[in-house]
Write a protein that binds this ligand. Structure first.
Ligand code: ATP
Ligand code: MG
Length: 345
């Protein structure tokens, strides 16, 4: 059987009767450490979901639980409706890409990609054809006979990807697969990986702690904190309507105005935290205002920083508008109430 090629199911056209992955009530402890504390998550067929959260929040633990490398004390993992509790990792039909690539150094690219098929007992000639198809899909046909150490980081990452997709997985788990790449290659691989996932129509769960990466790639983002899910939303909704001050700060969805600064929103209850997007915070010169303490050129815009008693706030202005402001200029802050939101603590 050949690797499924671009004619495959696209996310929009798939039936949504049953999620591809359903995780319910997962509690996982390592000794006394509670790594996952009640995780519920459904991922639709063909969907690309990012797991985003700070170091130690449980992202890898959740992937390892789904893959079957660790066993939760409570909860269930279902793949295409089937409880996989009793299934060993190799019987779950999951493709995995680790941050470290985990390629076999003594094997060629082709042998690395073939390995998973041979383990599944697929006859040599059919397996070789599928492995070559997968290597072609990631653009490495000319490198099939090389060893991993004869490849660049980005090429090794592609081999790891080919090895994960060659088994035609029902689910692709990617644990910070681009973490070791430099910024430019990382952005290029984000685009390639997303395009390949869409072409294959494969369901994907992608771990990152890079907010921009999650925003630019995912259909939905799962924000994790301390072994729990803090919010699940589309990138747009997460940015526009974070459900807590913590999520707002973590995803960089705007300023958090506290204390006196929160009075920018008339009628905000005392003690509230107000979210104002960086590009919606206005500044005007005022001798009795607060001083600008920082100024950063960000390319398309300039960021002005002001130290309020509740913390630093930032305003993003066009370079032309920002030319009137320098460090030390005193300003008042304003925002249209329609651009502000009161957040729970
Ligand atoms: N094998 C283990 N034994 C004991 N504790 C562990 C083990 N693996 C992970 N932990 C702990 O479980 C928690 C979650 O770890 P996990 O590796 O899932 O975090 P993560 O979100 O993937 O972090 P990172 O972004 O740093 O990779 C952490 O407190 C970690 O120290
Ligand atoms: Mg991790």
């Amino acid at each position: 059987m050949l690797l499924r090629l671009p004619t495959m199911r696209a996310p929009e056209t798939t039936s949504t009767t049953q999620p591809s992955l359903a995780v319910a009530g997962i509690q996982l402890q390592y000794g006394g450490v509670a790594a996952l504390q009640g995780i519920d998550l459904e991922v639709a067929s063909g969907e690309f979901v990012a797991l985003l959260g700070p170091s130690g929040c449980g992202k890898t633990s959740l992937l390892r639980t789904i893959a079957g490398f660790v066993h939760p004390q409570q909860g269930a993992v279902r793949l295409n409706g089937r409880d996989v509790a009793g299934l060993a990792p190799r019987h779950r039909n999951i493709g995995i890409v680790f941050q470290s690539y985990a390629l076999f150094p003594h094997m060629s690219v082709l042998q690395n990609v073939l390995f998973g098929l041979e383990c599944r007992g697929i006859p040599k000639s059919a397996a070789t054809q599928r492995a070559r198809d997968a290597i072609g899909l990631v653009g490495l046909s000319a490198f099939a006979d090389r060893r991993p150490k004869q490849l660049s980081g980005g090429q090794q990452q592609r081999v790891a990807l080919a090895r994960a997709i060659v088994i035609e997985p029902d689910l692709l788990l990617l644990d910070e697969p681009l973490g070791a790449l430099d910024k430019q290659l990382r952005v290029q691989m984000q685009t390639e990986l997303k395009a390949l996932q869409r072409r294959l129509g494969v369901t994907a769960l992608f771990v990152t702690h890079d907010q921009e990466e999650a925003m630019s790639m995912a259909d939905r983002i799962v924000v994790m904190r301390d072994g729990k899910i803090a919010q699940i939303d589309t990138p747009e909704s997460l940015f526009a309507a974070p459900n807590s001050a913590w999520v707002c700060e973590f995803v960089g969805a705007g300023n958090l105005l506290r204390g006196d600064a929160a009075s920018i929103l008339p009628g905000a209850p005392p003690g509230s935290v107000v979210q104002v997007p960086f590009d919606k915070l206005r500044v005007s010169p005022a001798a009795n205002g607060m001083p600008i303490t920082g100024r950063r050129f960000l390319g398309a815009m300039v960021e002005l920083q002001m130290a309020t008693p509740g913390g630093i706030v930032c305003a993003h202005l066009s370079p032309a508008a920002a030319s009137a402001f320098t460090i030390g200029t005193h300003v008042h802050l304003h925002a249209d109430p329609a651009d502000c939101r009161v957040l729970p603590h």
